[in-house]
Write a protein that binds this ligand. Structure first.
Ligand SMILES: NC(=O)c1ccc[n+]([C@@H]2O[C@H](COP(=O)([O-])OP(=O)(O)OC[C@H]3O[C@@H](n4cnc5c(N)ncnc54)[C@H](O)[C@@H]3O)[C@@H](O)[C@H]2O)c1
Length: 342
């Protein structure tokens, strides 16, 4: 007869101890069900006052699903509870778990010795197998992570979950204000990934932008840029640096094609950055062959227009001017401040 087991939890947050247990359990049964129990009320209560913000069940389900996607004997299911932290009803939870699995269960896995009597009562037909109850293999708990925050235990966060926590810093500004250099430099200093301005590569591919860029190019630039962000975030180390975003694309759509596009506002509406650094055009103009708005009066007009567009799109930004050295130092200060206490 096939052995069917389950490993349940809240995974708030998901950590390497869970990964270890899931994989070990999967070697002991023919079919393993990983059960995510989530309750908006309870999970909010658990995170309140901690260094972890509430994580929706859907996100945790996504992590589990991504981790196990190539593990053929593992299925991920979810149950939604409505209880608070103190009044979790184990009996009702067990009924929901049985229903979600829909199979006879003969093994229940956990690393908690104290779950023994509960599981004996709820699953009398099943054996309770403890996995690393002393937490020697992976010495971490979700409680520790909630207390000190994910960045304090970054090595214990599975790669499938890391992108959710990455801090996104976007660097904005008009032409020739040092964005691409600052983006690259910050990425090197923080030892992480960055996203180049995709619109630039797109224009280079066309042989320039002046007079040849079409209205339909802009949404492609905005989406192309988003895909680059998605890729860079996957391998980022706590933080990612991004050169421009959808409002800047909108700005160029207006500048070159005299057209504000609803689709670009929509892309902008769906993006979320932790910090927006706005570079003022007070460094000298550098003609790189692609740039066309070098006159200082035009630079200033463009600067005002871009700021207005950002405000219209509800984007808060910190203005940074001065020499290249001052820009770098101010940026580092703001970034380090953002990380303080999280
Ligand atoms: N009603 C039920 O039958 C039932 C059964 C199991 C789970 N649940 C749900 O899950 C919750 C209990 O799970 P939890 O709070 O322990 O979830 P959790 O997300 O903290 O942990 C999930 C599992 O991982 C194990 N684990 C944690 N750290 C580990 C490490 N470092 N190494 C190895 N294993 C590790 C835990 O012992 C637990 O078995 C309940 O509140 C309920 O929501 C319900």
């Amino acid at each position: 007869m096939k052995r069917v087991g389950f490993f349940g939890g809240k995974f708030l947050p998901f950590h390497q101890g869970h990964v270890y247990s899931i994989i070990k359990a999967s070697t002991m049964v023919d079919e393993l069900y990983v059960v995510l129990s989530h309750s908006e009320k309870r999970d909010h209560e658990l995170c309140a006052g901690s260094k972890l913000s509430y994580i929706p069940g859907q996100i945790r389900l996504r992590w589990l699903s991504q981790l196990t996607k190539e593990m053929n004997n593992i299925k991920v299911v979810e149950v939604e509870d409505h209880d608070g932290n103190e009044d979790y009803d184990w009996k009702e939870g067990a009924l929901k778990i049985r229903e979600a699995i829909g199979r006879e269960i003969d093994t229940v896995f956990s690393s908690e010795i104290e779950y023994g009597p509960i599981f004996k009562e709820l699953y009398p037909e099943a054996e309770h197998i403890l996995i690393d109850e002393k937490r020697e293999q992976i010495p971490i708990s979700a409680t520790q992570i909630r207390e000190k925050g994910v960045f304090a235990y970054w090595d214990y966060i599975p790669d499938v979950a890391k992108p959710y926590f990455i801090k996104k810093i976007v660097i904005l500004g008009t032409e020739s204000c040092g964005k691409s250099t600052l983006t690259k430099n910050l990425a090197l200093i923080y030892n992480t990934t960055y996203v180049k301005e995709y619109g630039r590569d797109y224009c280079e591919d066309l042989g320039g932008c002046d007079g040849i860029i079409l209205e339909e190019d802009y949404p492609m630039i905005a989406y192309g840029h988003k895909l680059k962000e998605y890729e860079a975030i996957k391998s980022a180390n706590k933080i990612v640096f991004i050169d421009t975003e959808a409002v800047v694309t909108q700005f160029y759509s207006e500048l070159y094609n005299q057209k504000l596009q609803t689709v670009l506002n929509e892309v902008a509406r769906n993006q979320e950055y932790d910090l927006c650094l706005y570079l003022e055009p007070d460094v000298k103009w550098v003609d790189d062959g692609l740039r066309v708005h070098g006159e200082q009066k035009v630079r200033e007009e463009n600067n005002l227009r871009l700021k207005d567009l950002l405000k219209e799109n509800g984007m808060d930004f910190v203005s940074i001017g001065g020499t290249y050295q001052e820009r770098l130092e101010k940026s580092i200060k703001l970034i380090d401040k953002m990380f303080e206490g999280i």
